[in-house]
Design a protein around this ligand. Structure first.
Ligand code: PLP
Length: 451
């Protein structure tokens, strides 16, 4: 008999508690059903089935309570089933669930756009449009940039991840598992090197000075500035390995775009909404993008995404040129308004900075005794360690997988990432308590001790 699941949300007991092996019998039974019914192309990180989640924990079908260092890949920043998200969703579901904004509009959509226009960087006049997923937002940002400039080329970076639709696969750098066998891909997408201090050929100090020149040079010689509609960049790269470019790189890129009539698109789908200690990662250096894409953390777990940008660019598209049946669904909009209110009320940018202040020193200390840790990096609550063969920068994906597996077995939800699959990334909900944060780090330290 499966235990009766507790109620999710912030009232859930904030503790790690294992009552069976991971996975326990109830999860194992569901895994078998999953294997018979769900397509093989969908993988999972943890072999447990969730029945409740809230604050900094996830509870599984066997009653195990796990510490959450993943937030469903940077989504539940306000915590699962956060109070204002649940209450607003419940109210909205009771009123109406869908009309299609393109058929008969509703206030929640307009309010989310007002919030996006207010919160995103820059005090110029803005407009927003809402979609279902991050990939869809990126596709639409490119559509808007092409329409506004009359140009076609799109410039993206090494280690970039922008989604799994055809255009965003073309924009994504990593072949396996995202692109392999799924071509042909959309054309007119050009890739340039990312300012990746740890792996810059001339070393981190040279990265700062050289990266921008390399990027500008390649665009000039291989594409032509006048052909480029947009440069799309994640201000802190996510799936590619939590790569933080050196200060000066993003402002330099924004200047280059401005001088050449290129639309500067910040893909803040993973880094946005308080994750890095600011509302948006570009705020760190006062960079004002022309367009910004958001999703993930925006709506406390409900599917919603947005493109926000300069009114003249956004309004360059003819009426009817943007949209979709479900984009900006009223329930997802209600969730977003609850999530955004929570972020402001609970000062979640400060909470993210606090998480970074706790994690970074402990990870740096761990790195002193663990030569497999080649780099400790990140900002706010978007933190990672990159694993290498000691004394080299040769990626060690096996070590990353081993540490992650050891953490999973004792009840810590931990994700990997990186072009070379050798990065452990830490994305706790921003509402996680200090005790759980510290316990999660202890589990990680123990896992390294067992390497
Ligand atoms: C930076 C970035 N852009 C786009 C996406 C795609 O978002 P979605 O999975 O909602 O389509 C992701 C997802 O991880 C992302 O991290």
């Amino acid at each position: 008999m499966n235990p009766t699941p507790p109620l999710g949300g912030p009232g859930l007991a904030q503790q790690r508690r294992l009552v069976t092996d991971i996975p326990g019998p109830a999860s194992r039974e569901l895994l078998e059903r999953r294997q018979r019914s769900v397509a093989r192309g969908l993988s999972h990180v943890l072999p447990v089935f969730v029945t409740a989640a809230g604050g900094g924990v996830v509870v599984d079908a066997d009653g195990n309570s796990l510490i959450d260092f993943g937030s469903g890949i940077a989504v539940t920043s306000v915590g699962n089933s956060a109070d204002l998200v649940s209450s607003r969703v419940a109210e909205q579901v009771a009123q109406f669930t869908h009309t299609c904004f393109m058929v008969a509009p509703y206030q929640g959509y307009v309010e989310v756009c007002e919030e996006l226009n207010r919160l995103t960087p820059g005090d110029h006049e803005k407009r927003s449009a809402l979609f279902n997923s991050g990939a869809e937002a990126v596709e639409n940002a490119v559509k808007i940039a092409r329409h506004a400039t009359g140009r076609q080329a799109v410039v993206v970076f090494d280690h970039a991840y922008h989604g799994r639709t055809n255009l965003t696969m073309a924009m994504t750098a990593k072949n396996m598992p995202y692109k392999d066998g799924f071509g042909p891909f959309a054309s007119d997408v050009y890739r340039v090197p990312m300012a990746y201090p740890f792996r810059w050929p001339g070393g981190p100090a040279a990265c700062k000075a050289e990266a921008l020149e390399v990027v500008k040079g390649l665009i000039h010689t291989q594409v032509g500035e006048e052909n480029v509609a947009a440069i799309v960049i994640e201000p802190v790269q996510g799936e590619g390995g939590f790569i933080v470019p050196p200060d000066g790189f993003l402002p330099g890129l924004a200047d280059f775009c401005r001088s050449n009539g290129i639309v500067f698109v910040a893909d803040e789908i993973q880094s946005g909404f308080c994750r890095t200690g600011d509302w948006f990662a570009v705020d760190h250096e006062g960079v004002v993008p022309d367009l910004i894409t958001t999703a993930k953390g925006i709506a406390g777990g409900l599917p919603l995404a947005g493109v926000t940008g300069r009114a003249d660019m956004m309004d360059a598209v003819h009426p009817g040129g943007l949209g979709g049946t479900f984009g900006g669904n009223p329930v997802a909009c209600a969730a977003a308004l609850g999530a955004i209110e929570t972020m402001a009320k609970e000062d979640l940018p400060a909470a993210a900075r606090h998480i970074g202040d706790v994690m970074l020193p402990r990870l740096r200390k761990l790195a002193e005794s663990q030569p497999a840790i080649g780099d400790v990096r990140g900002r706010g609550a978007m933190i990672a360690i990159e694993l290498v063969r000691p004394g080299t920068i040769e990626p060690d994906s096996a070590a990353a997988a081993k540490v992650a597996k050891a953490c999973h077995a004792v009840g810590l939800v931990l994700l990997t990432c990186g072009t070379y699959s050798n990065v452990l990334r830490f994305l706790p909900p921003l509402v996680i308590g200090n005790d759980l944060l510290s316990e999660g780090l202890s589990i990680l330290e123990d896992a390294f001790a067992g390497l």
